[in-house]
Write a protein that binds this ligand. Structure first.
Ligand code: ADP
Ligand code: MG
Length: 269
C-alpha cells in the first residue's frame, strides 16, 4: 500500500508566547506524507523547521491546527516516531557503550533480551558499526556518533524517522556518506523519513519530494516532486542537468519567499 497516508499536517500554527509578546514561528503549514516516502523539508535558518519537527513528533503543542499520524491526532511524544537531532554530542549517553545507547529506548518495548539484542545487532550492522558495539561514544568520530544515533532510531522501528539537520556539523565527505546511508535505509527498509535541512542541494539529492518553507511566519512555499532517478550517487546525480535545474528552482523559491512577495509558486520546473 504505497499510498497510505501516514502523516497529515493541517493548518499548523505555532506561536511562542513570551512576556514581550509572541513569536509566530509557524504561520499556516499543511501537507501530507505517504508511508514509505522520503520527504525533505528545506528552508532558511530560523524559518521554523525545528519547531515544525517538534510539533510533528509531539514534543511541542501546536497553537492551532492538527498533526495526525495514521489517522489519529498526535497529542504528546509519539512512540511511532524517532527523532535524530543535529547535536549528536548531546544525544548520546557518554557512560553507555554504543550497544547500550542503541538499546536504551528498546527497554520501553515489550521485547525479550534476545529480541532486543537482535534489533541492536541488525541496526548497528545497517549503519556499518557492528565492530563499534563495545566502544563508548567519546571514542568515536562525529560522523560515527551520528551513525549511532541513526542506529538507535532504526532499532526502535518507528513508523516515521524524523531528522533535524542531522549532518550540519560533520565534514563534507562524512556528510556525503551519511546522506547515502539515509538513502540506503529508505530503499532497503522502506522507512518513512522526514529529513529537515537548510541545505538546498542536500534536499534535492536526498528527497523524493522537497517541501520548501518560507521564512517565519512559515508557510509551504512549494511542494516539489524530485523526478531524479531513484539510484543516486554523489558524483553522477549532482552532475545531471536535471539536478542543477531543480536545485536552482528551489533556490529561486526560497529567495522569493524571503523577499516576501509573489508567494504563489511558479509552475513546476
Ligand atoms: P529553524 O529550525 O528553521 O532554524 P526554529 O524552529 O528553531 O527555526 O525557530 C523558528 C523561530 O522561532 C525563530 O524565530 C526562533 O527564534 C523562534 N523560537 C524557536 N524556539 C523558541 C522558543 N523556545 N521560544 C521562543 N522563540 C523560539
Ligand atoms: Mg533548527
Amino acid at each position: 500500500m504505497p499510498d497510505r497516508t501516514l502523516l497529515r499536517v493541517e493548518h499548523l500554527r505555532k506561536v511562542y508566547e513570551s512576556t514581550t509578546g509572541g513569536v509566530e514561528a509557524i504561520g499556516d503549514v499543511s501537507f501530507t506524507m505517504a508511508a514509505g516516502e522520503l520527504v525533505c523539508v528545506v528552508g532558511p535558518s530560523g524559518c521554523g523547521k525545528t519547531t515544525l519537527l517538534k510539533c510533528l513528533a509531539g514534543l511541542l503543542r501546536p497553537t492551532g491546527g492538527v498533526v495526525e499520524m495514521d489517522g489519529a491526532p498526535v497529542t504528546g511524544p509519539s512512540p511511532a516516531m524517532a527523532v535524530v537531532f543535529q547535536e549528536y554530542g548531546r544525544s548520546l549517553y557518554p557512560w553507555l557503550t554504543v550497544r547500550g545507547n542503541v538499546e536504551l529506548p528498546l527497554r520501553h518495548k515489550k521485547l525479550s533480551r534476545a529480541q532486543r539484542r537482535r534489533l541492536v545487532d541488525d541496526a548497528l550492522d545497517a549503519v556499518g558499526l557492528a565492530h563499534a558495539a563495545p566502544s563508548h561514544p567519546w571514542q568515536l568520530s562525529g560522523g560515527m556518533q551520528q551513525r549511532v544515533a541513526i542506529a538507535r532510531a532504526v532499532a526502535y522501528q518507528p513508523e516515521v524517522l524524523i531528522m533535524d539537520e542531522p549532518f550540519a556539523a560533520v565534514d563534507a565527505q562524512t556528510r556525503a556518506d551519511l546522506e547515502d546511508l539515509v538513502r540506503e535505509l529508505h530503499a532497503s527498509r522502506r522507512m518513512s523519513i522526514v529529513f529537515v535541512t537548510h541545505d538546498i542541494d542536500e534536499s534535492v539529492y536526498l528527497g523524493q519530494r522537497v517541501i520548501v518553507l518560507s521564512s517565519s511566519p512559515t508557510r509551504v512555499q512549494e511542494d516539489l516532486a524530485i523526478d531524479l532517478p531513484p539510484e543516486r550517487d554523489q558524483i553522477g546525480t549532482r552532475a545531471l542537468p536535471r539536478f542543477t535545474h531543480l536545485r536552482t528552482h528551489v533556490y529561486g523559491e526560497i529567495q522569493r519567499a524571503r523577499r516576501g512577495r509573489a508567494i504563489a509558486p511558479r509552475p513546476a520546473p
